[in-house]
Design a protein around this ligand. Structure first.
Ligand code: THU
Length: 162
């Protein structure tokens, strides 16, 4: 029969980005700006991400698509890999994400895809401190959580490789 265990996650839902605390409001507005520079001619679905570093610097990324579709990369990974490349070893505090479509209004929060959750999790596991995640659509509600573990319970990490 096995033993049933309940795994709970915690998120906070904010009615609008204006409800966020000052520095996170700023971070989300950087994600929105980054989104507007996305290269998404194929999906016409633009995503922007802004990463808050330990030194308070904010690094931006956006989705970069390719005529060979799988060669493209999501905004979150562009931003977090850029952070890892620019400041190896520096802790990452938070990542804000905003998404918008060309042909319809995205008003529900758009959560990062599974591969991006895994990529964020790599840095969280390495730094042993949680990375806050904030995500929204173009308008409307913002969902926040204090750790990528809330979005990726029972995740895989390098401890299994040892
Ligand atoms: N995309 C992101 O940038 N982040 C996600 O977490 C989900 C999807 C991008 C990839 C592709 O360029 C477009 O959105 C449509 O999937």
């Amino acid at each position: 029969m096995g033993v049933q265990k309940k795994i709970s996650i915690e998120v906070t839902v904010h009615d609008t980005a204006e409800e966020l605390d000052g520095s996170y409001r700023e971070l989300m507005s950087m994600a929105v700006n980054a989104r507007k520079k996305a290269y998404a001619p194929y999906s016409k679905f633009s995503v922007g991400a802004a990463v808050l570093m330990e030194n308070n610097e904010i690094l931006e990324g956006n989705n970069q698509e390719n005529a060979c579709y799988p060669a493209g990369l999501c905004a979150e990974r562009v931003a977090i890999f850029y952070a890892g490349a620019k400041y190896p070893g520096m802790r990452i505090r938070a990542i804000a994400i905003s998404a918008a479509a060309l042909d319809h209004k995205v008003s529900d929060p758009v959560a990062p895809c599974g591969s991006c959750r895994q990529a964020i999790s790599e840095y969280e596991f390495k730094q042993k401190e949680p990375i806050k995640i904030l995500f929204m659509g173009e308008t409307g509600k913002v969902i926040t959580c204090n750790s990528v573990a809330d979005l990726l319970p029972l995740g895989f990490n390098s401890s299994y490789l040892e």
